[in-house]
Design a protein around this ligand. Structure first.
Ligand code: ADP
Length: 482
C-alpha cells in the first residue's frame, strides 16, 4: 500500500492544474501585451514602410501613380518624396508634421540617392533627434523631443531615367499605451484569477464528489457491509464505475450468503453421518448380537457419504483454483455412459434408460466427463418424481454429440435456472433430498464443461421435470486420433 501522504487528492490536483494553466496564460498575455508590444509595433511599421515603397516602385510609370501616392501618404501617415539623381523633387507628399525628410534640401536628397545606390538600391535608417524651438521672450531654444522616425529609400528605373522613392514614417511612443494596457491587465488578471479559482473549485468538487462518495461506500463494503449502494451520479465514468461496483457488491453478498449456507450445510451434512456412525458403533460395542452385517453396512454407507462430500469439496476447490489440468484422450462416450449406469443396477426400484443410435467417440478428459455424467444422473435420481424414472439420450448433430439426462421431478423455477450452476446454490433448501447435496454438483459440471469448451444447459418445466444436457465435439476416426 502506498503511504497516504504521497498521494494528493484529485480535488487539489485539478485545482493546481487549473491554477498553473491560468498563471501561464496570464504571463503570456503580459509578455505579449506589455513587454513585447513596442518591438512588435516597430517591426510592423518597418515592414509596412518597406512594402509600401515596393508597391510605389512597381506603379511609378502608371497614370494613377500620383493618386496612389497621396492615398498611401494619407491613409498610412507616411511622408513620401520622389527625387531624381540630382535631388530635385518630382513628387512630394507631406503627411506628418515632424517628418525628417521634408527638411532635406536637394543636396541632402542627392546624398541619400548616392548612398542608396551604393547600398544596392535600398537604404534604411532609424533615428531620433531633438528639435530646438525658440519660445517668444526667451533666448534659449527649448529642446523638444520628436518621435523616432524610420526612413526608407529605394531607387527604381523609369522611362525618364532612374529615380529614388524616399519614405518617412513616425514611430509613436507606446509608453502611454503600455501603461493603459498594464492597468487594464491588472484588472483582467484579478478577475481571471478569481474566476479561475471559482471554476477550479467548482470543477474539482464536481469531479471529485462522486469519487469520494464511491470511496466512502467502498470502505463500508470492505468492512463487510454488503447492503451498501454506490452512487456515482455526476458524470458517465463515475456512473459506470458505481454500476460495476454495485454489481460486484451484489455478487459478493451472494457468495457471502452462499458460503454461510455452505458452512451450515456442510456442518449439518457431516454431523448426520457422523452421529449415525457413532451411534451404530456404540450399539455394536455395547449390545451383544447387534454386530450384524446390516449395521456394519450402515456404517460403511455413511462413511461413503462422508467421503463423497469431502471429495466434492476438494474437487471444486481444485477445479476452481485452476490447478487441475485436463488429461485428454479419445474414448467412447456411449460406453462411458453405459459404464456409469451399470453402477446403478442395484437401485432396482429406479428405471434408468439410455438411448443411443451409434457408438460415438470424443476427445476429452474421461475421468472428468464421467464425473459430469455421474453428477447429472445423481441429481436426476435425487429429484425425479414418484415414478422413479430417469431417461438418458445420446444425439448427434453437426459434428457434436449431445448427452441429455431427463427426470420426471418437480422441475426448477425459470428464474432459478441460471442460479443452480452457482457454487453452494440449492433451489429448495427444505427439500428432504436436497439436504443430502452440497450444492456443488452442478458447479463442478459447469467448471469441467467450461474447461472443455463444451456447451451445456437445462430445460425445465415445473411439475413435469428437467432435462440437463451437454455437448462435445465428435471424433470421426478414433483409431487415427488415439
Ligand atoms: P446438490 O448437491 O444440492 O444437488 P447441485 O449443484 O447438483 O447441488 O444442484 C444445485 C441445485 O439445483 C439443487 O440443490 C437443486 O435445487 C437443483 N437441481 C439440480 N438438479 C436438479 C434436477 N434434476 N431437478 C430439480 N432440481 C435440480
Amino acid at each position: 500500500m502506498r503511504p497516504k501522504g504521497a498521494v494528493s487528492s484529485i480535488k487539489w490536483k485539478i485545482f493546481g492544474a487549473f491554477a498553473v494553466f491560468t498563471a501561464i496564460m496570464l504571463v503570456l498575455l503580459w509578455f505579449f501585451q506589455v513587454v513585447f508590444l513596442e518591438s512588435f509595433y516597430k517591426a510592423t511599421k518597418i515592414s509596412e514602410i518597406q512594402s509600401k515603397t515596393h508597391e510605389l516602385c512597381e506603379t511609378i510609370g502608371d497614370s494613377g501613380f500620383s493618386t496612389r501616392l497621396k492615398t498611401i501618404a494619407q491613409e498610412r501617415q507616411i511622408c513620401v518624396i520622389v527625387s531624381d539623381v540630382a535631388g530635385n523633387r518630382l513628387y512630394s507628399e507631406h503627411a506628418v508634421p515632424e517628418c525628417a525628410i521634408h527638411k532635406l534640401g536637394p543636396w541632402a536628397l542627392a546624398t541619400i540617392y548616392m548612398v542608396t545606390e551604393q547600398n544596392g538600391g535600398s537604404y534604411f535608417e532609424r533615428f531620433k533627434w531633438e528639435q530646438g524651438i525658440s519660445e517668444p521672450g526667451s533666448d534659449m531654444p527649448i529642446k523638444k523631443s520628436v518621435p523616432e522616425s524610420i526612413v526608407y529609400a529605394e531607387t527604381v528605373q523609369t522611362s525618364q531615367g532612374k529615380v529614388m522613392i524616399l519614405m518617412n514614417s513616425m514611430i509613436t511612443p507606446v509608453g502611454s499605451t503600455v501603461e493603459t494596457l498594464r492597468l487594464q491587465l491588472l484588472s483582467v488578471t484579478s478577475i481571471m484569477l478569481l474566476l479561475a479559482i471559482l471554476l477550479a473549485w467548482f470543477l474539482s468538487r464536481k469531479i471529485s464528489r462522486p469519487i469520494i462518495s464511491i470511496s466512502k461506500t467502498a470502505q463500508e463494503m470492505a468492512s463487510g457491509d454488503y447492503s451498501v449502494e454506490f452512487d456515482g451520479s455526476g458524470y458517465k465514468e463515475a456512473y459506470e464505475l458505481s454500476e460495476t461496483l454495485n454489481d460486484t457488491v451484489q455478487e459478493l453478498s451472494k457468495v457471502d450468503r452462499l458460503q454461510k449456507d455452505l458452512i451450515a450445510n456442510v456442518s449439518h451434512d457431516l454431523r448426520t453421518p457422523l452421529t449415525l456412525i457413532e451411534g451404530y458403533a456404540e450399539v455394536m460395542r455395547d449390545i451383544p448380537g447387534e454386530n450384524t452385517p446390516e449395521n456394519v453396512q450402515i456404517i460403511i454407507d455413511e462413511t461413503a457419504r462422508l467421503s463423497s462430500l469431502v471429495n466434492d469439496l476438494l474437487d471444486i476447490s481444485r477445479l476452481q483454483s485452476g490447478t487441475l489440468k485436463l488429461e485428454k484422450e479419445v474414448f467412447s462416450i456411449t460406453e462411458a455412459v453405459r459404464e456409469i449406469l451399470g453402477r446403478y443396477t442395484k437401485l432396482t426400484d429406479y428405471e434408468i434408460s439410455f438411448s443411443a443410435a451409434e457408438e460415438i467417440f470424443v476427445c476429452a478428459d474421461k475421468l472428468k466427463i464421467s464425473q459430469v455424467i455421474y453428477n447429472l444422473v445423481n441429481n436426476a435420481l435425487t429429484y425425479t418424481g414418484e415414478d422413479k424414472r430417469v431417461m438418458l439420450e445420446q444425439e448427434t448433430e453437426e459434428g457434436k454429440v449431445r448427452i441429455s439426462v431427463t427426470d420426471t421431478g418437480e422441475g426448477i423455477p425459470q428464474d432459478k435456472l441460471l442460479d443452480i450452476w452457482e457454487r453452494y446454490y440449492k433451489v429448495d433448501k427444505a427439500h428432504k433430498r436436497a439436504q443430502i447435496g452440497t450444492g456443488l454438483g452442478l458447479s463442478i459440471v459447469k467448471t469441467i464443461l467450461d474447461m472443455h469448451g463444451g456447451a451445456y444447459g437445462v430445460e425445465s418445466q415445473e411439475g413435469v421435470g428437467s432435462t440437463f444436457w451437454f455437448e462435445l465435439d465428435i471424433v470421426k476416426n478414433p483409431e487415427e486420433n488415439s
